[in-house]
Design a protein around this ligand. Sequence first.
Ligand code: SAH
Length: 351
Amino acid sequence: MTLHTLLLARIAQDGPLSVADYMTECLLNPTLGYYATRDPLGVAGDFITAPEISQMFGELVGLALAQAWIDQGRPTVFTLAEAGPGRGTLMADILRATRAVPGFADAARVTLIEASPVLQDIQRETLKDHAPVWVGSVDALPDAPLFFVANEFFDALPVRQFVRDGQFWRERCIGAQGNTLHFGLSAPALRPDLDHRLEDTKDGDLVEVCPAGQGIATNVGARIEAYGGAALIIDYGDWRSQGDTLQAVRSHAYADPLDNPGLADLTAHVDFEALCLAAPCAHSRVTPQGVFLERLGISARAEALSNSGQTARTDVLAAHHRLTHPTEMGNLFKILGLYPTKGTPPPGLEA
Ligand code: SAH
């Protein structure tokens, strides 16, 4: 059985799927889903992420989190949580870089939220010296100060897509013609949750909504407001989504999202405004990754790493360029910081 045949059977039984239901099946179906069955990261996989490009990324993110922890009075027990940790590389770099911060490692309870059993196994190995625990969702995090990071996690959460039709919205759905999957539109309906999008859209425009992402932002933000802490949400996207950003990537190339379900990575851009509206705490400006990393001192770190002889200078410079340059990841990727209303933004970010 392929996921394609399973989806055809489900559509025949229940009718067309929302884009969110389609993404959920493609990414997380327990036996045929993309993340359930493979490690997609790295040169040999389908895509490469910032922590996999260079250790500098995780080191600077770690030091920013540690400074935020110091700024909040060094709580003696806190949750150091990562959502969607991939191979565990970012968390390993955070923990190595913050060893030099007195008290941080002793106070941190390393907690991971990971849906993929394949990647959980890799994380267990990468982080075996740090006694991580896994929780099923942010709902299960302990009631404690929360320092939270997520890189390229929110883009993997399922989005619903709505096309404007007068004062109504039609949901984009996936149906079947014979054995071929294709997009269609549901009947027009009123959607009070999209009232604010009537201001900046016209007939035929498409907007995306990520209910899971909003729910996580609400939960994480409420914990940060109640117990202290900070979140760094790193992803591609922008302030307020507009247009169809559903994207499939396979072997480092774009693919049709309806081709080969379960075999390609599916993502959508993150609507950072929606996360800010959902989070009941303070939020920073959405800041380009290049600006954030330069403020945190990536150029000095690149220089030191080149001189240490650990990594070839040309490799360090190439990684620096890739992470920060506006034509590479520097502008496409953004950082959003969440922090307590009575606190200050994490380093590298502004209120
Ligand atoms: N942060 C890592 C990996 C990014 S890939 C890096 O930067 O390299 C997306 C990650 O999110 C993977 O670990 C994937 O398995 C996980 N993931 C995707 N959807 C998820 C969900 N609904 N719940 C928990 N983890 C999820």
